[in-house]
Design a protein around this ligand. Structure first.
Ligand code: MF3
Ligand code: CO
Ligand code: CO
Length: 283
């Protein structure tokens, strides 16, 4: 991976009859794609909204996964993670020092835990990928500040998502904001193109330099999903092959939106319809 290198980029204009395959070229979708992503993104946001009252001390991450699965199916979708590369759950639940891809199970949340829930409903062939942070009960000022700054990182990145800008502009503002707070930006996982494919080109890294990387064009769909650690950026993988934790055991936070580049900026497909984009979510 050479995220800093300026390179020639191929673009591929999608038509309705094109096959659903991953490609190196960045796909450019038309209004049909925007309509599909709007619907899938809306369901992702509604699921994340509905989880708010359930993320309390005493609930297990497996119970939260059951809610995600039921709501996804009720909403006319299928969890894209079910059966994805051998993953058997409907969402990822990443707790405290878990960076991403935490597996739901028997763990019972306790007061002060912070949790990322990442959902990806597949609706009519379109992927709506989004995650938010949740707090069980009350947590420390330190953890709350991490969550707030991580959300700011996502939204600063999204501000840079407009035609004529480059992917490196997004990574740059995220890195600058996180490092201003002396946080570590995770390098080992990145955002990704998506649409009819779950994980497609381009790789959206959360560090970078202005004016580098592929130029953004209307019709590009991708996620921005910064993972920010209170401590260093280093990652350790657990033996389950999925769970990524901070090497120094520090707390980690993440938010994710799926967006589409428009003529004038971008459309956020996964924004909360009820304003529950970032904690505190209120009583
Ligand atoms: N939703 C994750 C992402 O943001 C991917 C999870 S894949 C899984 O890209 F298999 F770990 F669920
Ligand atoms: Co994603
Ligand atoms: Co996700």
């Amino acid at each position: 991976m050479t995220p800093y290198k300026r390179c020639m980029t191929d673009y591929m204009t999608m038509t309705a009859d094109m096959p659903v395959t991953r490609s190196a070229a960045i796909k450019l979708y038309d209004e049909t794609g925007f309509a599909g992503m709007r619907k899938a993104g809306r369901l992702a946001a509604e699921i994340l909204d509905a989880l708010v009252p359930h993320v309390v001390p005493g609930v297990t991450t497996g119970e939260l996964d059951d809610i995600v699965r039921a709501m996804t199916l009720d909403g006319g979708g299928v969890p894209a993670t079910l059966g994805y590369r051998g993953y058997t759950h409907s969402c990822c639940t990443s707790l405290n020092n878990v960076i991403c891809h935490g597996i739901p199970g028997d763990y019972r949340l306790k007061d002060g835990d912070i949790l990322n829930i990442d959902v990806t409903p597949l609706v009519d062939g379109w992927h709506g990928d989004s995650s938010r942070m949740y707090v069980a009960g009350e947590t420390s000022i330190k953890a709350r500040r991490l969550i707030e700054v991580t959300y700011e990182c996502l939204m600063l990145g999204i501000e840079q998502a407009k035609p004529g800008n480059h992917l490196g502009d997004i990574g740059h503002v995220i890195q600058r904001h996180a490092e201003k707070h002396r946080y570590g930006v995770v390098r080992d996982f990145c955002g990704h193109g998506l649409g009819r494919v779950f994980h497609d080109s381009p790789e959206v890294v959360h560090i970078g330099r202005p004016d580098t990387g592929p130029e953004l064009r209307p019709g590009m769909f991708f996620t921005i999903e910064p993972m920010i650690n209170i401590g260093k950026a280093g990652v350790k993988m657990l033996d389950d092959g999925w769970t990524a934790v901070t090497r120094d055991r520090s707390l980690s936070a993440q938010f994710e939106h799926s967006i589409g580049i428009t003529e004038t900026g971008c459309e956020i497909f996964t924004r909360s319809p009820t304003g529950l984009d970032c904690p505190p979510y209120g009583a």
